[in-house]
Design a protein around this ligand. Structure first.
Ligand SMILES: [Zn+2]
Length: 325
């Protein structure tokens, strides 16, 4: 797909400088010289600007800054921007003064913001999904990388082989176990998400717990030992009973909620009848191209579109505009 990199989190060719991850002394020197660190609180990056007004960007601070006081682990090295090293650091241990609504944190879309008294005016910790379409491609890649990596460290403190506590290595790109010597690498889970069409109709589904009326493309995890194409056909058959013939890859989207790589595909259905698996989805339906135009215009009586910034929205928009090539 020619416009594949236009998807949110589609990448900015960030220089990840992987060879430098082993040079802890050089990276410590960069930090001492004032390299930028992105503070991340419970998965939410520090953002400058208000999404209601547009133009959000990541807010970086130098090592030793008051915002980083609650950090329990070292900063992780994300890469270089125009030669300057960029890091991220987890400050999830910080307790905001205003009460935290735990039910909202981790909700479908956390609407709460947290302002740190030591951070600059106009900055706040914000849910990445709430600002993702406003960030530059570079900031989006940095934020997605930081969120996915820090989340992995928070949930992988112990060795999966022997159970002993493990330690951060390679500037955040590994964990090592001192007890058994195992090396563990940050996890990314492959997910297929598919634009299934039959003539001028597209197959949409909705999962329990989604906002009312929201329908999107079907998606599911690729299983061990399975190809992308087979995963597309299996998931569609399992969830809706529809059989799929030809499958093509279109575009990918890193989706750090918490650690997926969405692999966008299109597939041609070879059967019509829908029989949903209620364990997997709540509803599925065929939607015509003209109906889909009214969904995107916000005038469809029942269906709300996939959220802007999600690859489902990107692929459906491209399908409507005949830009899947
Ligand atoms: Zn171990």
């Amino acid at each position: 797909m020619r416009h594949a990199s236009g998807v949110t989190f589609g990448g900015s060719d960030l220089d990840r400088s992987a060879a430098e991850r082993r040079d802890a002394a050089a990276l410590a020197g960069e930090l001492a010289a004032g390299a930028g660190i992105l503070p991340v609180w419970r998965g939410k990056p520090l953002v400058a600007g208000d999404p209601a007004e547009g133009g959000c960007r990541l807010a970086l601070v130098p090592a030793g800054h008051g915002v980083l006081t609650a950090a329990e682990e070292e900063p992780l090295f994300l890469g270089r921007i125009e030669g300057a090293a960029i890091f991220a650091q987890d400050i999830s241990g910080w307790e905001p003064q205003e009460p935290v609504d735990e039910a909202q944190i981790g909700a479908f879309l956390d609407p709460t913001v947290q302002r740190h008294p030591e951070a600059g005016d106009g900055t706040a910790f914000r849910e990445l999904r709430a600002v993702m379409t406003q960030l530059s491609a570079r900031d989006a890649e940095l934020a997605a990388t930081a969120r996915a990596l820090l989340n992995w460290h928070r949930s992988h403190g112990f060795c999966a082989r022997c159970g002993a506590a493990s330690e951060i290595a390679e500037a955040g790109w590994q964990r090592r176990c001192g007890a058994c010597g195992a090396h563990h690498f940050p996890r990314t889970d492959p997910v297929v998400i598919m634009l299934i069409t039959r003539g001028e109709r597209v197959l949409l589904g909705r999962s329990p717990g989604w906002p009312e009326g929201m329908f999107s493309l079907l998606a599911g995890f690729v299983e061990p030992g399975e190809t992308i194409e087979a995963a597309v056909r299996r998931e569609v058959l399992e969830e809706t009973g529809v059989r799929v013939g030809a499958v093509d890859y279109l575009a990918a989207q890193p989706w750090p909620f918490p650690a997926s790589l969405m692999m966008g595909c299109r597939g041609e259905a070879v059967s019509d009848e829908i029989e949903i698996d209620p364990e997997e989805i709540e509803a599925a339906r065929w939607v015509s191209r003209s109906e889909m135009l009214t969904v995107f215009a916000g005038t469809h009586p029942e269906i709300r579109p996939a959220r802007r910034g999600a690859i489902a929205h990107f692929l459906l928009e491209a399908w409507l505009a005949d830009r899947l090539d």
